[in-house]
Design a binder for this molecule. Structure first.
Ligand SMILES: [Fe+2]
Length: 186
């Protein structure tokens, strides 16, 4: 089992996110058509527009796929790796939302056939390694989770934020938001 370096400061996180330029969810480039930095910024931007008052959700979107950078190739564990890395710095809710982006994918695969059919080819392939579509009992339990709506919002932004060449705000524009989330959670 790989050991994940915990992110202790906002600078640590900003450096890691910057390092996600030209880093890919699948090391052999068979996955998403944008690198992790572009993908995470697109996802966060959609959440910033749709949920302007929920900065924890926005920042969860910004960091949700850093697990691919931390442990390249561990598709099934990438949500947990990212959550573990950010929990101390960004707080338990952000960590949980990050981890739930894989859970929400399994939910939507079962509950929303149109969404499932529209998943990128890479996302459809990795769904199997991530546990496949939820059973009805798992889906009912997830619907009762207090973070159900936020987790689904993150997942929909995740699936939409894969547009090559899209111009989005630079990573530095997120520093003050990250600082607020890091300061306020505890
Ligand atoms: Fe993603």
């Amino acid at each position: 089992m790989a050991t994940i370096a915990l992110l202790e400061t906002v600078d640590d996180l900003m450096l890691l996110l910057t390092d996600c330029a030209d880093a890919w969810d699948m090391p052999d480039r068979s996955g998403d058509p944008v690198d992790i930095l572009d993908h995470d910024r697109q996802c966060a931007e959609l959440l910033r527009r749709g949920y302007p008052d929920d900065e924890q959700l926005q920042v969860a979107g910004l960091v949700h796929d850093i697990g691919h950078k931390l442990v390249p190739g561990d598709v099934a564990g990438h949500g947990r790796h990212a959550a573990d890395a950010v929990r101390a710095l960004l707080g338990p809710r952000v960590a949980r939302l990050v981890e739930l982006h894989v859970t929400a994918k399994r939910y939507l695969a079962a509950a929303d056939p149109a969404h499932a059919a529209a998943l990128s080819a890479a996302s459809q392939r990795t769904l199997v390694a991530q546990g496949g579509p939820m059973t009805p009992a798992e889906a009912m339990a997830f619907e009762a989770d207090p973070e159900f709506a936020a987790a689904l919002a993150l997942r929909r932004a995740d699936d939409a934020g894969k547009i090559p060449g899209l111009d989005v705000a630079p990573i530095e524009s997120w520093r003050s938001v990250i600082v607020r989330v890091a300061t306020d959670h505890g």
